[in-house]
Ligand binder design. Structure first.
Ligand code: ASP
Length: 321
């Protein structure tokens, strides 16, 4: 008798593949797609989008646009949550997490990188010039230097003072809650309809030395699928990683959810499983391949910046609380 097992044996793996039902519902780009478009987290996303827009408006690639956008807050010493001037860890050391992902599913990240301002560009180099997806710590620094990046002191006077104040008040114990956070996640669709995304942060202030958040974890802090859309996260990384946040959102959009509904569902999953959700912030931002954007956060106050040919605006994200 030709039962299922014999069938699989005789036809091998190829036969298994052909027996799998088609379950994905791919969002098709429609004629009214908004493109180019760039969205990014928080109000400093406006300045980031402006640099990204220069590339998109000139017909450039979304990947170049998101990298250029992410570099803006990285270079801003007054932004204490990204790049230069980021609040340090409990030992007073600034360490950066960043990742990038393109329209072909290529991606890479650097984790706990010290002394290099543009972590997002190092992540891109990992993607394009190494056989790896993730490089961490001293290895990431070594790789960056080999690629021509220069070492800089990332601890500004203001961030050093904030750390010393925290240390004197907190007996040198890293706090559990997030303070001084605000990653930039940036998602773009270029004129050709291709998506890319990037994420870069100095992570939670006063974190343990060597701590890695969600931002450089592909599928947690960022995920891009050119057939569907893209998503990114900001807020308490530990909570985002636990639900694989950005990948979850893209898969929900694949099944037909709007970007906002998908972000809302991800927040609901955190709230369902993490009983202390009232004590921290997580916000998700997503875009589908038609250029519809949406966001949802646990706490009030999350905003994202959106830039199209009609201009730039700050949009208030909805929230659970
Ligand atoms: N998600 C970042 C982290 O956990 C923090 C943030 O968004 O500000 O490292």
């Amino acid at each position: 008798m030709l039962n299922r097992r014999n069938l699989l044996k005789s036809f091998g793996i190829a036969a298994v593949a052909t027996t799998l039902p088609e379950i994905s519902v791919t969002a098709k780009a429609n004629e009214n797609s908004v493109k180019p478009i760039v969205v990014s987290t928080w109000n400093f996303g406006i300045a980031a989008n402006a640099d990204a827009w220069k590339i998109l408006n000139a017909g450039g690639r979304a990947l170049d646009a998101v990298e250029a956008g992410a570099k803006v807050p990285e270079a801003d010493p007054n932004n204490q949550s990204v790049g230069l001037g980021g609040l340090p860890d409990c030992d007073g050391i600034v360490s950066l997490d960043a990742c990038i992902m393109d329209e072909n599913g290529n991606c890479s990240s650097v984790m706990a990188l010290e002394n290099i301002v543009h972590a997002v560009s190092v992540a891109r180099k990992v993607m394009e010039r190494s056989p790896h997806v993730q490089i961490a710590g001293t290895g990431a620094l070594q790789f960056a230097l080999s690629q021509g990046f220069t070492k800089e002191d990332l601890l500004t006077e203001a961030s050093r003072k904030a750390w010393e104040k925290w240390k004197s008040e907190n007996h040198y114990e890293p706090i559990k809650q997030n303070v001084g956070h605000d990653t930039i996640g940036i998602l773009a669709i270029d004129a050709a309809g291709n998506l890319s995304g990037a994420c870069t942060t100095s992570g939670l202030a006063w974190k343990y030395h060597g701590r890695v958040g969600d931002s450089p974890i592909i599928g947690a802090g960022l995920f891009v699928d050119n057939e569907v859309g893209a998503a990114c996260a900001t807020g308490k990384g530990e909570s985002v990683v636990k639900i694989c946040g950005s990948h979850t959102i893209v898969e929900l959009m694949r099944q037909g959810a709007t970007p906002q509904a998908a972000c809302q569902e991800a927040v609901k999953r955190i709230a369902k499983k993490q009983k202390d959700y009232r004590d921290f912030q997580v916000a998700f931002l997503a875009i589908n391949r038609n250029g519809e954007a949406g966001a949802f956060a646990i706490q009030k106050g999350f905003q994202y910046a959106k830039t199209t040919s009609s201009g730039s605006e700050l949009v208030n994200g909805m929230s659970l609380l």
